[in-house]
Design a protein around this ligand. Structure first.
Ligand code: HEC
Ligand code: HEC
Ligand code: HEC
Ligand code: HEC
Ligand code: HEC
Ligand code: HEC
Ligand code: HEC
Ligand code: HEC
Ligand code: HEC
Ligand code: HEC
Length: 374
């Protein structure tokens, strides 16, 4: 800003501009210094801090636009009429109502456009007063956006990729409801923070050959994932082991046990807790419930897979991928993997597999009991 002598008082001849262009304009009052402006003098001549930043409000451009918002109240005084309250009235002269949807953001309802936008210029897209994430965290709790895994668009401050900051048809100001929201980005392979490739979730979702896990098929991504950040890897809302081996503890499988019965994995003998049993010998328990227990992800894929019962075709053990080939039978199944020779289980007529096995707990059920359980 160029400093002027306070006595500067030149006849202001540009008043016609304000009448010609700004009839009916809500105006803006800001206490200004008392002096008049010279004819044809650009506002930018003195207000040279304007139009210096990367993003300019088109309304101000060239300096001519200033008076579209700053109505000359008293040209002789370099004075401006009353500022509309709320300021949104001024913005709505040129902009469509940003609240034209059912779910509305309180600061916009209050008309507090200037909390988020600079009316003149900014270093940030959309004339924001701060980078988006930072801006939103003035009012929202930062803890909700940090954790062991933080979602890519949150890391890059792209809140508005998912939320409309003004108003939206969807609750929580969402631009779309999951899963469509998620598929705006997860329709292709993406890379996580460790340069690992993430498969295109949408492709599996739409693949008619695949058998999908019911909550995934229903598009209830929020049953297992948090949208912003989580204390578990992969934005998971509860614990789920990623390693090959997992010493058995219920808490380690909290995610799956939110919906599935823990008895299916911990009771050595059962006639009803799981269908993965040879007679009444619980094969889930045999695999999962030990110090070197096999985690669910070795056999199952949590979104969907190409074999029955969400059984995946391959599992990763260190650097190698071990194949799993599974077929169902009337009362059980056959499984051929690199872990052991082809084996079978049958709920009605227990199979005697040629495996070196650790001692079994509990008693075999009788043929009548098995028949009754079927
Ligand atoms: C001859 C130099 C000069 C010109 C030309 C000029 N201004 Fe100013 N303007 C000033 C000075 C000096 C101030 C007082 C600055 C301050 O208080 O920081 C001021 C204050 C203002 C303020 C109030 C600022 C506040 O902090 O309250 C507004 C709004 C304003 N000018 C708008 C305009 C507009 C619009 C134009 C063009 C129509 C314009 N000015 C032209 C010198 C000028
Ligand atoms: C889109 C409407 C709009 C346009 C166009 C506009 N202003 Fe403003 N101006 C405002 C608002 C709103 C404020 C009040 C800001 C606040 O209260 O934080 C303001 C405040 C000011 C102030 C007070 C100091 C400040 O920066 O907050 C000055 C000086 C000013 N404007 C000058 C100008 C000049 C010069 C132009 C043209 C280059 C211009 N304005 C164009 C809306 C506008
Ligand atoms: C005199 C007309 C006018 C007024 C008044 C006005 N704007 Fe604008 N504004 C425009 C025009 C023209 C554009 C560019 C076209 C568009 O995006 O709609 C624009 C663009 C914007 C943008 C997008 C900028 C970008 O780079 O993406 C924002 C944000 C904005 N205005 C906010 C405001 C706010 C806040 C107010 C009230 C303080 C306001 N406008 C008042 C005319 C105006
Ligand atoms: C809580 C912060 C916040 C408030 C309050 C707010 N905006 Fe915005 N506005 C944003 C963000 C963030 C964007 C960028 C959206 C994007 O990236 O797509 C934006 C974008 C805009 C745009 C550019 C076009 C568009 O819709 O994307 C305009 C125009 C605009 N705002 C006008 C306004 C007006 C007028 C008000 C007051 C009635 C207002 N905003 C209040 C945060 C806000
Ligand atoms: C000036 C304060 C303020 C700013 C800045 C702000 N918000 Fe809000 N926001 C609120 C208030 C108040 C509520 C309503 C209470 C609540 O849900 O926390 C709210 C609610 C929300 C909601 C939930 C709406 C619902 O239906 O439950 C979302 C989503 C949201 N804000 C996103 C954002 C985003 C994205 C930004 C940054 C572009 C942002 N907010 C910036 C004040 C703010
Ligand atoms: C990948 C999409 C996505 C991004 C990016 C995103 N959000 Fe959200 N946000 C959501 C979803 C989905 C919900 C609704 C969660 C629910 O219903 O439990 C939500 C809910 C919210 C809420 C309501 C309170 C809550 O936790 O339920 C606020 C506030 C919010 N988001 C703010 C933000 C802010 C601020 C950012 C940027 C730092 C951001 N969001 C980025 C998807 C996103
Ligand atoms: C705006 C784009 C965008 C949207 C929308 C989006 N994501 Fe993402 N998501 C990404 C990017 C980029 C990555 C890779 C970076 C990373 O790992 O966070 C990612 C990674 C993930 C990851 C792995 C995170 C990790 O820590 O490895 C999960 C899980 C995920 N997204 C779930 C979702 C869900 C659920 C939704 C819908 C609520 C969704 N995403 C919407 C962009 C998006
Ligand atoms: C039943 C729980 C569950 C549901 C429902 C679910 N996910 Fe996942 N998701 C997981 C688990 C567990 C992982 C980690 C898998 C792994 O890496 O072994 C994961 C991983 C991901 C990843 C990382 C890439 C990958 O495939 O490993 C993305 C992206 C993702 N989910 C998106 C989604 C989206 C989008 C939805 C909704 C359509 C969704 N998820 C529904 C449990 C779920
Ligand atoms: C939000 C609830 C929910 C969560 C969390 C959940 N599931 Fe499921 N799952 C279901 C429902 C519903 C079914 C279908 C009924 C049934 O078989 O129990 C199902 C079925 C299954 C099936 C049998 C599929 C078939 O075709 O026989 C497997 C395997 C499975 N889930 C594994 C998992 C694993 C592994 C986890 C943890 C990553 C998990 N589930 C987490 C709800 C859930
Ligand atoms: C060694 C491979 C293997 C492991 C490890 C494994 N499962 Fe299974 N699971 C199966 C097979 C095979 C079936 C199909 C049983 C049938 O219907 O014949 C099955 C079936 C299921 C079902 C359908 C209901 C039932 O019990 O019959 C659920 C749910 C399930 N598994 C969840 C899990 C969870 C959660 C984990 C980790 C705690 C896990 N599984 C670990 C192989 C495995």
């Amino acid at each position: 800003m160029r400093n002027l002598p306070v006595s500067a008082c030149v006849l202001f001849l540009c008043g016609f501009l304000s009448t010609e262009l700004l009839v009916g304009t809500p105006s803006l009052c800001v206490a200004s210094e008392v002096f008049a402006l010279e004819e044809g003098q650009s506002c930018l001549e003195c207000h040279d801090e304007m139009e210096k930043q990367q993003v300019l409000h088109p309304a101000t451009e060239g300096g001519d636009g200033c008076i579209s918002c700053h109505e000359q109240d008293d040209p002789l005084q370099h004075g401006f009429a009353d500022r509309p309250e709320p300021i949104a009235e001024l913005c709505l002269m040129c902009h469509e109502d940003p609240l034209a949807a059912a779910h509305q953001h309180p600061p916009v309802v209050e008309g507090d456009c200037l909390f988020c936008h600079n009316p003149h210029q900014s270093e940030h897209a959309a004339l924001l007063t701060a980078p988006q994430g930072e801006l939103c965290l003035n009012c929202h709790d930062a803890d909700a956006f940090s954790g062991q895994s933080v979602h890519g668009p949150v890391t890059t401050n792209a809140c508005s990729a998912c939320h409309n900051p003004h108003a939206a048809k969807q609750a929580k100001l969402l631009r779309a409801a999951p899963p469509e929201l998620c598929f705006r980005c997860h329709d292709k392979e993406l890379e996580d923070g460790q340069q690992q490739k993430l498969p295109a979730t949408k492709r599996l979702f739409e693949d008619e050959q695949a058998q999908l896990h019911p909550p995934f098929a229903a598009g209830d991504c929020g049953d297992c994932h948090r949208p912003h950040a989580a204390e578990q890897p992969r934005l998971l809302s509860a614990a789920y082991p990623f390693g090959f081996y997992q010493p058995y503890r219920e808490e380690a499988y909290a995610l799956c046990l939110n919906c599935h019965d823990p008895a299916a994995f911990s009771e050595p003998r059962t006639l009803d807790a799981t269908a993965f049993r040879n007679g009444n010998l619980n094969l889930h328990q045999r695999h999962v419930d030990k110090t070197k227990g096999r985690s669910c992800g070795i056999c199952h894929s949590p979104h969907g897979a190409y074999q029955e019962h969400l059984l995946q075709s391959g599992m990763t053990f260190g650097e190698v991928t071990l194949g799993i080939s599974y077929t169902t039978t009337e009362n059980g199944g056959n499984c051929s993997t690199s872990c052991h020779t082809k084996v079978s289980y049958d709920r009605l007529a227990p199979v005697n597999n040629p495996l070196r096995v650790s001692p079994r707990q509990g008693e075999d059920a009788t043929a009548e009991q098995l028949l009754e359980a079927k």
